[in-house]
Design a protein. Structure first.
Length: 324
């Protein structure tokens, strides 16, 4: 299984290194725990404070300010070196779900198709076509939580199968229920050999769908995906009112999960700090061989902290969260 090094760095004033580090950790876990199950690729995703800190050979993902015409993100190839950009608009990723979703989207697609030119054969009705492999596009308006951070849903290889199978999983988070379907806010692109290789895009805005003929790829130095992005510019998916309401509910749910995760993380950090301090007082290092003793210390420290909280505040509750 291939493993790649990815650097996540921000040049946007609205996004600092602390936030970049949280997103990098969440996306690395998503790649290695979720994506690798289906697409057999792994990555080390590291956060850097400055572009000049990024080691040579790492695939760069840069968070930068975006304008009105910019998408949530893009991924490209420069002399065989994949890279991506995530655009911040009004402090957000421009997709309504936060910039972390756009970063996840671009990193996942960059790992599965670093050359921007991968296709999977399939069918639309009786017609055989070639689908562009962009694993987040069909479900790009859906997201789920990893470590309290919102990340993009993605399709599995089964998505390109000709027929559904019992128990088939077509996207990781379940927003896609059958092969080659498109969730609200998503799109899919293919080329038609019977039409001279012309490209088409199917776009679903949540209440209606449209198929657009993009024309023929001119070749040259750009990759097919880069040309398709240029052709799709101005055709960004604008969600219908009902789909917008659904996305707002999704964002509230993701924000609540992040808040719950932050509370649980702080509580865990307090327990481990207390355990470490107890170990130091007893002249022991908090190491694997003293795990049982440290756990006991942590338990004792937790009970002491609980009694202190009870003495100062009534009705205090401990929050826990189950992450993806």
């Amino acid at each position: 299984m291939d493993t790649f090094n990815i650097a996540l760095v921000s040049v946007a004033a609205a996004v600092g290194i602390d936030e970049v580090a949280k997103v990098a950790g969440a996306v690395q876990r998503q790649v290695n725990d979720h994506l690798a199950q289906y697409w057999h690729v792994r990555a080390s995703v590291s956060a850097y404070a400055n572009p000049s800190d990024v080691p040579v050979g790492y695939w760069r993902v840069t968070v930068e300010p975006g304008g009105p015409g910019d998408p949530g993100g893009i991924h490209r190839d420069l002399n065989g070196q994949p890279y991506a950009k995530v655009f911040i608009k009004n402090g957000d990723g421009g997709d309504g779900l936060g910039w972390s979703v756009a970063a996840s989207h671009e990193i996942l697609e960059m790992l599965v198709d670093p050359t921007l030119s991968a296709f999977r054969p399939g069918f639309i009705g009786p017609k055989r076509v070639n689908f562009l492999v962009e694993i987040c596009d069909p479900c790009q308006a859906d997201a789920y939580s990893v470590n309290g951070i919102a990340v993009s849903d993605f399709v599995t290889p089964a998505y390109f199968d000709p027929n559904p199978v019992p128990g088939g999983r077509y996207s990781y988070n379940g927003s896609i229920l059958k092969p080659r379907s498109v969730a609200p806010g998503g799109l899919i692109v293919w080329s038609d050999p019977q039409d001279g290789g012309a490209f088409y895009a199917y776009i679903n805005n949540g209440s209606a769908s449209v198929t657009r003929r993009l024309g023929n790829f001119p070749g040259g130095f750009m990759a097919p995906r880069e040309w398709i992005d240029a052709e799709l510019k101005g055709m960004e998916v604008k969600l219908a009112t009902s789909a917008q309401a659904q996305q707002r509910r999704l964002r509230k749910r993701l924000q609540a999960q992040q808040a719950a995760h932050d509370v649980a993380a702080k509580a865990a950090a307090s327990l481990w700090t207390a355990a470490a301090e107890a170990a130091v007082r007893q002249g022991r290092a908090l190491e694997p061989h003293s795990r049982d003793a440290a756990a006991s210390d942590a338990s004792t420290a937790g009970r002491q902290m609980s009694r202190r909280r009870s003495a100062t505040s009534t009705g205090a509750q401990r929050s826990t969260v189950r992450n993806a």
